[in-house]
Design a protein around this ligand. Structure first.
Ligand code: TPP
Ligand code: SF4
Ligand code: MG
Length: 351
């Protein structure tokens, strides 16, 4: 992986969060992506979100596949654990790590090619299993790293840089995630930090599968007239269903919205998602309504953004499998070797 190291000197008066860290502690190496690439803005939002939720950097485990997007975990939270997997195989590597060490916070970063083409099966199975993770798709509608071929999320009729038209129907990863049972689903735009930072904070605090589809224009190959993933197109067609704040368990709660405009959703870890409705009839806790709303708005040419669905009482893969409540490397011999009576009990259950 190509990278440029950053100087590690910090100004002593930089603001610190409750964990004693400055924003700089959540940064990574200097990005080698094209200047103006949407993916760098998403990295900046991840850094801001981690700082604001007082995350201990060593508690984060970041995973990715292959692509410009998948290079980005090198550009944030350097002290975190990290694994750069094979193209499209990030979800299964993350799942394995999550099963072995459940006490970390899991963040997968992928691209539309990595997740919707070669890795589509992996994406689907990780979501339907309810792996406890935040999965961010940095969606630019092209294979940026390999010079701009259409990806499976490119809209039908969208134009490539040299004018070729995409003839295939797109895969909408948000609708797919809703159908497959994801318990926190959002869409945003790399250029909208006000919307994206709270969405990432809520996702990192969510127990269960959190999918964020973030439209992230590729300035080198997909930012021209005729593209439906360009900065101009997304700005013109973006429709936010809500605005949200995340109140972490330690932060004081302040009410600054008028009654009737605000819905509070308490998550497992005590964090509160404060959803301010912009659309009168939008309910972020109704999965089926979300699917219908997305389909209707897609037909009208609108790109719906915001927190589209959340199940605050979600369970995860560990609940389904009944795994032990700590990381496997914390288990002592006595817990790993069953006693004779435990073996006898297991054997007798098969008789
Ligand atoms: C098995 C395999 N097949 C193909 C490739 C070539 N390849 C590298 S990145 C990439 C697509 C990346 O697209 P995306 O995930 O959308 O990331 P972006 O660069 O757009 O951020 C492809 C096809 C590869 N590295 N490995
Ligand atoms: S090729 Fe596109 S996706 Fe890759 S770094 Fe450049 S702008 Fe970003
Ligand atoms: Mg891409």
């Amino acid at each position: 992986m190509t990278y440029i190291a950053k100087p590690s000197l910090h100004h002593p008066s930089l603001e610190r969060n409750a964990a004693g860290h400055t924003r700089r502690d959540y940064e990574g190496r200097i990005s080698t992506l094209c200047a103006g690439c949407g993916h760098d803005s998403i990295s900046a939002s991840i850094i801001q979100a981690c700082f604001e939720i007082d995350l201990e950097p060593h508690r984060l485990a970041k995973f990715s596949g292959i692509g410009c997007s998948s290079k980005t975990p090198d550009y944030f939270v350097s002290p975190a654990h990290g694994f750069n997997a094979v193209h499209g195989r990030m979800p299964s590597v993350l799942t394995g790590a999550n099963i072995a060490a459940r006490d970390l916070i899991y963040l997968g970063v992928s691209g539309d090619g990595d997740s919707a083409s070669i890795g589509l099966g992996q994406f689907c199975h990780a979501v339907r299993r309810g792996v406890n993770m935040t999965y961010i798709v940095e969606n630019n509608g092209v294979y940026g790293l390999t010079k701009g071929q259409f990806s499976a999320t490119s809209d039908k009729g969208s134009k490539a840089k040299k004018g070729a038209e995409n003839k295939d129907a797109p895969i909408d990863l948000v609708m797919l995630a809703l159908q497959l049972g994801a318990t926190y689903v959002g869409r945003s735009f790399s250029g909208d930090k006000h919307q994206l930072v709270p969405l990432i904070k809520g996702a990192l605090s969510h127990k269960g599968t959190a999918i964020l589809d973030v439209l992230s224009p590729c300035v080198a190959f997909n930012n021209h007239v005729g593209s439906t993933k360009s900065f101009d197109y997304v700005r013109e067609h973006n429709e936010a269903v809500n605005r949200m704040d995340v109140i972490t368990p330690r932060a004081p709660i302040v009410a600054d919205y008028k009654p009737g405009e605000l819905k509070e959703v308490r998550q497992h870890d005590g964090s509160i998602l404060r959803l301010r409705k912009l659309e009168e009839d939008y309910d972020s806790t109704d999965r089926h309504a979300a699917l219908g709303y997305l389909a209707k708005k897609a037909a009208e040419g609108e790109i719906v953004t915001g927190l589209l669905f959340v199940d605050p009482d979600a369970s995860d893969l560990h609940d389904a499998l009944g795994t032990v409540h700590c990381a496997l490397n914390k288990l002592e011999d006595a817990e790993l070797v069953p006693s004779l009576s435990a073996l006898e009990k297991i054997n007798s259950s098969f008789r």
